[in-house]
Structures are given as C-alpha cells and as structure tokens.
Design a binder for this molecule. Sequence first.
Ligand SMILES: [Zn+2]
Length: 244
Amino acid sequence: MSLIRDQAVVLGRLDYSETSQVIVLLTREHGKVRAIAKGIKRGTKQRFAAAIDLLELGSVVLSARQDRPHTLANITEWKQTRSLLGLREKLHRLHAGQYVAEITAALTEDWDPHAVMYDALVHALVVLGDADTPLPAVTAYQQKLLDEIGSWPRFDACVLCGRMDELTHFSSFEGGMICRHCEPTHIEKREVGPITRAMLIDISTTNDPTPAFDLLDYHISHLMGRAPKLSEALLTKTQRGHVR
Ligand SMILES: [Zn+2]
C-alpha cells in the first residue's frame, strides 16, 4: 500500500455497505480513482469532517495498491478545499454540474491522468456556480473533454472523402462531418446546419450554444453507449435535433 496525496473532484457516489460508500474521484495527477470511504455515512470517524458530497472539491489522501490498479483504493483523509455552494442554489446549475461529472466519469479510464481536463472541470464547476445559463460552460467543457480523450470530431471537411463543401451530416461513428454525397450510405448520422458547424469550428463565438451542446451530447452519447442521464434536464425536446 502506498499513500497518494492529490486534489480531487467528487464525480459520483454509490452505497457499498451499511456504513461505506464508493466515491468516484477525478484527481488532478492520478486521473479517475474509485475509492472506499469507510464509515463515512455515519460520520463517526473523526478524520472525515462530514460526508463527502457530489461535486465537492477537496484534497485527498488515498491508500492504494498501485501494483493492483483494479482494486479499490481507500480514502484515508478528505478535506474540502473549495465550497461551490452556488451550484446548489439553482436546479439548472446542479443539473449542469451533475452532467459534466457524469460524462467525465463515463469517458475516462481509472488511473489515467488528465491534468488539463481536471483544471477544465474545476473551471466549469466554478463558472456554473454563478451562471444564469449553464450551457456555455457545459459546452466549453464538452469540447475540452473530447479533445483530451482524443475524440474531438472533425468539422471542417468530410471525414470520408475530404471535400470541404456540402457538409450536411455528422456521424459519431465516423468521427466528424460527412458530405451530401457520402451520407446516403450511412445509417448513423444526424443533420447539421451551417450555424452549428461554424460554432463548432470556432467554439469561442458567443452565439447561443444550444445546437453545439446538442450535437456534442449526441456524440458523447455514442461514445458512452447511452445518453447521459442529465441530458434531458439541460435540453428540452423541442431544442433537441433542431437543425441550425
Ligand atoms: Zn464525403
């Protein structure tokens, strides 16, 4: 057993026994880690100030068998370092925070460090804690996450034939845009309008990011093998699939 100290964000929690929980953490230097917090639900152990909450930021001490990376680590210390109370003041902020946590947990491997992703996640949560509309911060994070895991799609040309005009559809399986000539032979595809495509080529534009979020969520759903649970909370049915 070796002791690891790191910064971490709580991505998820699940009950493990009467008194313990498994906490899914994204650590800055060690990537995603699953760890048991023993006795945490009772709060009887002095070293835990309180229960560990979803989306909390803290410093953690883990004991882990690095030679057996698939066994659960143990949380031996947890200290909250930043309170993001604003996230819990409004439901849309909390849903957005849960969404970014969910896609991060689903699309990262255990013990695979992504410091850039960690910093982007913390930034997204801080921004969301004070946000009137959550989608700009969520969409920026979707981009950073996909970029970090090497799954950012190609939007400037057809991924099948390379042409740069008449790009009408997106295929998650193919990893980007497909043109009018290539799309008829593809089943998994989705129509994409020029406004959305332009937005995804230059994500910093200040337009309403709804269609960009929607398309990236479609891509992320394919990569995850299911739709993120919080997608529906962030986008109404009428906004979904609306081609712009
Ligand atoms: Zn083509």
